[in-house]
Design a protein around this ligand. Structure first.
Ligand code: AMP
Ligand code: MG
Length: 341
């Protein structure tokens, strides 16, 4: 992906407010790539020399390289996966121990639909090697026997976590792809809360969006939800005030097509195949980045009936776009969602 970065300070917005003596925040905008996805930032700050956007990018790159990536040999997840089969286990950092605890909670509550031990199956499908629609004509489906073998090396019930020491059995592999962007939103929120000059921000990392604070004109944040059948178009908009996390999981985000059948990147642990719950896209709205991302993946696999129950257990709102284009949402989501005309 072409790397580019631009910071546009809207100078007109830096003028002093009449009478009050307070600076009106400037808007800083940037588009770049990090964590294998596009990061779009709009930050409102009274510091017109703010390098907040660059610092947030650095923070995301560090998160990927030092903590979460399964493919970078400097990350903690790499070291954890390399420890598979070790009798002495692996002592997790406090932040990874906390993440894993939360993952195990969603695994339990989703009855195994969300499972960060799907690494061997995700690897076999070569999901990281796909971009939407790429590898058409060259991709060969995994053989059933290999898939069965990979599935035998999956399952969070096989993990042992004693205090912060993780025992990962031989052949198993953690993959935090389903929560990486959500964790990123939580880290960005921590950063924004510490910078007293930042008055508002809307930041998206792939399918996950964080809203924070408010715009100088007091208007609400607008977050568009893509139409899975035509991702450049929108099925509607969420109108939000203050801090929220919004994550979407969709079958259009990463996939390959073989003989006219689309194979996407969200795997049902019960079959080892892409989830087939009749859903094309799921959007979850909560205050917490990790949860929004974990639940959007889990709800995609569970489908509307069970997914709605799961989201409610965590106090989250959820919207499903079914494969036939129909929309179903939790009652609480209706307050925020306006469908496209
Ligand atoms: P998302 O786009 O947030 O729904 O996450 C999808 C990513 O999560 C995939 O690219 C895989 O890396 C990983 N994944 C696939 N299936 C599962 C699953 N059942 N549970 C947890 N992670 C999964
Ligand atoms: Mg997710």
């Amino acid at each position: 992906m072409k790397k580019f970065f631009c910071v546009v300070a809207v100078c007109a917005a830096t003028v002093f407010c009449c009478g009050c003596g307070e600076k009106r925040p400037a808007k800083i905008q940037s588009v770049d790539t990090a964590m294998g996805t596009v990061i779009q930032q709009s930050i409102y700050t009274t510091d017109e020399l703010s390098n907040g956007a660059e610092e947030i990018l650095d923070l995301l790159r560090e998160l990927e390289e030092q903590e979460l990536s399964r493919r970078i040999d400097t990350s903690e997840i790499w070291a954890v996966n390399a420890s598979a089969g070790n009798k002495e286990g692996y002592m997790l950092s406090p932040q990874l121990a906390e993440v894993l605890e939360k993952c195990l909670d969603v695994w339990k509550q989703s009855e195994g639909a969300f499972d960060v031990t799907m690494g061997p199956v995700v690897s076999l499908w070569d999901i990281d090697g796909w971009a939407a629609g790429e590898r058409e004509g060259t991709f060969v489906l995994p053989e059933d026997e290999l898939l069965r073998d990979a599935l035998e090396h999956c399952g969070s019930e096989k993990l042992q976590l004693n205090e912060s020491r993780l025992y990962l059995p031989e052949g198993m592999m953690l993959d935090l792809g389903a929560v990486g962007k959500g964790i990123a939103l939580d880290r960005i929120l921590e950063y924004l809360e510490k910078d007293e000059k930042i008055t508002g921000a809307i930041i998206s990392a792939g399918g996950s969006v964080l809203t924070f604070g408010e715009k100088p004109d007091g208007s609400d944040w607008k977050v568009s939800i893509a139409n899975p059948a035509e991702p450049s178009e929108s099925i509607g908009v969420l109108t939000l005030a203050g801090q929220w996390c919004i994550s979407t999981s969709g079958d259009y985000e990463r996939y390959v097509e073989v003989d006219g059948v689309r194979y996407h990147h969200i795997i049902n642990p019960a079959t080892g195949y892409p989830a087939d719950s009749g859903v094309s896209g799921v959007t979850v709205l909560t205050k917490d980045g990790f949860l929004s991302d974990a639940l959007s993946t889990a709800c995609f696999i569970l489908g509307p009936e069970k997914g709605t129950v799961l989201a409610a257990q965590y106090g989250a709102e959820v919207l499903f776009v079914n494969r036939d284009g129909s929309i179903r949402m939790s009652d609480g989501m209706r307050k925020y969602f306006q469908g496209a005309k």
